[in-house]
Design a protein around this ligand. Structure first.
Ligand code: MOS
Length: 742
């Protein structure tokens, strides 16, 4: 062939724009509920008006009289749905509370679903469903009478005699913190569309785990996984809320089956607060014992987390907080508090957002006690080993602090609270560490290379906004030695080879590791050797001549990647290998504190706050975040991740909290007008520094994952800055004006 071999291009790390950018900004990207289906009926949920009790009577007469009503599901006619095992590991049910009644276990529990010819008809009929309850007094959260406590059933970090070391310490700190309930509030609502063709079910549902959705939906309906095809090409925000099967999916599929036509549900924003998961409120008691030089000899961290009555969901972030520094001894514990609430679940950086907020606030309080610069305190306690003696695979915390401090101008900070001022504004500078466990899981992928130099990657990954489509494309382009625009990436479909849940920031590491492997297999088949990529083929040895020699026009390879430490889950004792488990909907994520070494991405965040001396209004004019997370696959999408994450951090620190009415255990501000999140006017300067780091231990791609790292330190950095500005230490988030009235 006459055409020259394509120009080789090393695409990894380049700030190429996301492959789907044009589709998204022109409104052409199709989300699950945009998928055209033939003659859909529309569903509308009815949710419980009480938090605890029993349904005594359901009156559907008025509802059925609404024109166009096709069916109404209640607990009386949904007995065919199976009870799915609760599974917080990704892939299982989001809650044990799956039945529409008669038992009510939280406010807003789904109690009926109306299906009608139109959305408006379904909604009208839903309002006319009359349900009588036998209501009991609910217990909504901490401090409510009637909550019960249990201990987490896992081994938590413990080393040395922390109680004695604390007693012996020259400097002692004993403080308590709290974080509120938060809801993900993704812009895309919780939607499900179900279409049956004979005994085959197609589900359009936004998902962070295609194979979890496929397998869990099959179990819920009592059918075989191969009967379910799950499709979710784009996800309009998930943040952990779309990783498990919620009860709505089974209901919509059942309704579609009964009616013999497609059924579409788009739950409302307020229903989203109770039909899926949320970030639970937490409390913390931290005791630190230190020497006068700042060296910490004892670290004790006890957490309390709210959960539902039946489920033992916990984030247990002491597993991470106890590793951040080289503590002399540690003692940790976590207590679950069971209330009449829906089951909480993953929400961006689940373990570390609350627990590291507490740790990093306490570190600042200790620095104040020691009259020591807070960065110096971190430096004194920086260590390549944790208290149990486990070593870090790589650790760049102080490198992050140094680069952030340089950019921020930290050396100009005057230590005394309230000593920096600009007219009526009190200025505060605070800092905190960010830390997130590096996870990776077994994954699979298929790649086909054609003799025209084009490649297609198929992988059941999840474009939840992170840019995974782009970095997968970049990885394939690099390994195959072809330009990025010659690569087509297909994802978000359970007909493609599985990868783990897009959670725990594992997706880039898991996907890139397997895509690397499968591309190398394609090249090996083409060349008979791994050394030569497609694009570097010598003249006279062109791509087409190679294909011609092999007598084919395409080469297709499928590969499986298993991280060395991956062990089969306990969930599925039947299976003996992580790939089989993955196909069955159970990812095996490894890393963090659980591997042979401590695998974490780290960062340092520095914040300037301004507090008005009279009105106590709080502004955040600038944040600098320096982050080290191994190899960065795309500096543009990485920067976007970090910026978005730090904005979440500002949100956690100053705005976000789901308020609960203790009288009826009900969320009050369940809408985007009352649930406060930052707007553009709240965000000013955000600077992201990508700190270089190489770590070949974590995985072949050297990727640590950045999806959740950036919002871990922000809340503490802001709290510490508010203290520096005002001398007032706020220990319960969010920090609002009423808490800093002098
Ligand atoms: Mo993320 S909260 O691990 O989906």
């Amino acid at each position: 062939m006459n055409r020259a071999a394509p120009e080789p291009k090393a695409n990894m790390g380049e700030p190429v724009p996301r492959l789907e950018a044009r589709l998204k900004v022109t409104g052409q990207a199709r989300y699950a509920s945009d998928m055209p289906v033939n003659r859909p009926a529309f569903a509308y949920l009815v949710t419980s008006a009480i938090a605890k009790g029993t349904i005594t009577k359901i009156d559907l007469v008025d509802a059925k009289a609404v024109p166009g009503v096709l069916d109404i599901l209640t607990h009386e006619n949904t007995g065919d749905l199976k009870t799915l095992k609760y599974g917080a590991g990704g892939g299982g049910a989001s809650s044990s509370i799956q039945d529409l009644g008669p038992k009510i276990q939280h406010d807003g529990q789904i109690v009926a679903m109306v299906v009608a010819e139109t959305f408006e008809g379904a909604r009208e009929a839903a309002y006319r469903v009359k349900i009588s309850y036998n209501a009991e007094k609910p217990s909504g959260s901490f401090d409510a009478k009637g909550v019960t406590e249990s201990s987490v059933k896992k081994e938590l970090p413990k080393a040395g005699d922390a109680a004695k070391a604390y007693d012996d310490a020259a400097i002692k700190l004993d403080v308590a913190y709290g974080t509120p309930t938060q809801h993900h509030n993704a812009i895309e609502l919780f939607t499900t569309t179900a279409v049956w063709n004979d005994d085959k079910l197609t589900l359009y549902e936004p998902s962070q785990f295609m194979y979890g959705l496929k397998n869990s939906a099959a179990s819920k309906l009592g059918i075989k996984p191969e009967q379910v095809h799950a499709i979710s090409p784009f996800v309009g925000g998930a943040f952990g809320s779309k990783s498990q099967l919620t009860p709505r999916t089974g209901l919509v599929a059942l309704a579609a089956k009964k009616l013999g036509r497609p059924v579409k549900l788009v739950a409302t924003r307020d229903q989203g607060f109770t039909i899926a998961t949320y970030r639970a409120e937490t409390r913390h008691q931290i005791k630190i014992g230190a020497q006068k030089d700042g060296r910490i000899t004892s670290f004790q961290h006890q957490g309390w987390e709210v959960t539902s009555r039946p489920d033992d969901y916990s984030v247990s972030g002491v597993e991470d907080s106890a590793r951040v520094y080289g503590f002399g001894s540690v003692k940790t514990g976590v207590t679950l508090v069971h209330a009449d609430r829906n089951t909480p679940g993953f929400m961006r950086s689940p373990p570390v957002v609350p627990y590291v907020y507490a740790l990093e606030s306490a570190m600042d309080e200790l620095a104040v006690k020691l009259a020591m610069d807070p960065i110096e305190l971190r430096r004194v306690n920086d260590s390549m080993k944790d208290a149990t003696g486990k070593e870090w695979s790589s650790r760049s915390l102080m490198k992050c602090y140094d680069q952030a401090a340089q950019a921020f101008g930290w050396s100009k900070r005057s230590a005394k609270p309230g000593s920096m001022r600009d007219g009526d504004w009190l200025i505060g500078w605070g800092c905190a560490s960010a830390v997130y466990p590096t996870h990776i899981g077994a994954g699979t992928a298929r790649v086909r290379l054609s003799s025209d130099g084009r490649a297609r990657v198929q992988i059941a990954a999840h474009e939840i906004g992170t840019g995974v489509m782009t970095v997968v494309g970049q990885m394939a382009a690099e390994r195959l030695g072809i330009p990025l625009d010659a690569v087509q990436v297909e994802l978000g479909d359970s007909n493609y080879p599985p990868v783990p849940v897009a959670g725990g920031s594992n997706q880039t590491a898991s996907c890139c590791s397997v895509v690397m492997k499968v591309c190398d297999a394609v090249v090996a088949k083409l060349n008979g050797a791994k050394s030569e990529t497609v694009g570097t083929a010598a003249p006279g040895n062109s791509l087409e001549s190679k294909f011609a020699r092999l007598g084919v026009s395409t080469i297709e390879e499928y590969a499986e990647f298993i991280p060395p430490d991956a062990q089969p889950n306990v969930v599925t004792e039947l299976f003996t290998n992580p790939i089989k488990q993955l196909y069955a909907g159970h990812p095996t994520l490894v890393g963090g504190s659980k591997g042979k070494k401590l695998m974490y991405a780290m960062g340092a965040e520095m914040v300037e706050v301004r507090v008005h001396s009279q009105t106590r209004e709080i502004r955040v004019p600038r944040i600098v975040g320096a982050f080290a997370a191994g190899r960065i696959m795309n500096t543009r999408t990485a920067r976007s991740q970090y910026m978005g994450a730090m904005i979440w951090g500002i949100s956690s620190a100053l705005h976000e909290a789901t308020e609960i009415d203790p009288r009826n255990a009900r969320y009050i501000n369940d809408n985007l007008a009352d649930y406060l999140v930052p707007v553009n006017a709240d965000i000013q300067q955000l600077e992201v520094i990508l700190v270089s780091e190489k770590d070949d231990f974590v995985n072949p791609a050297g990727v640590k994952g950045i999806g959740e790292l950036g919002n871990v330190g922000t809340a503490a950095a802001i709290a510490n800055a508010v203290y520096h500005a005002t001398g007032i230490r706020v220990r319960q988030l969010p920090i609002r004006i009423e808490k800093i009235i002098a």
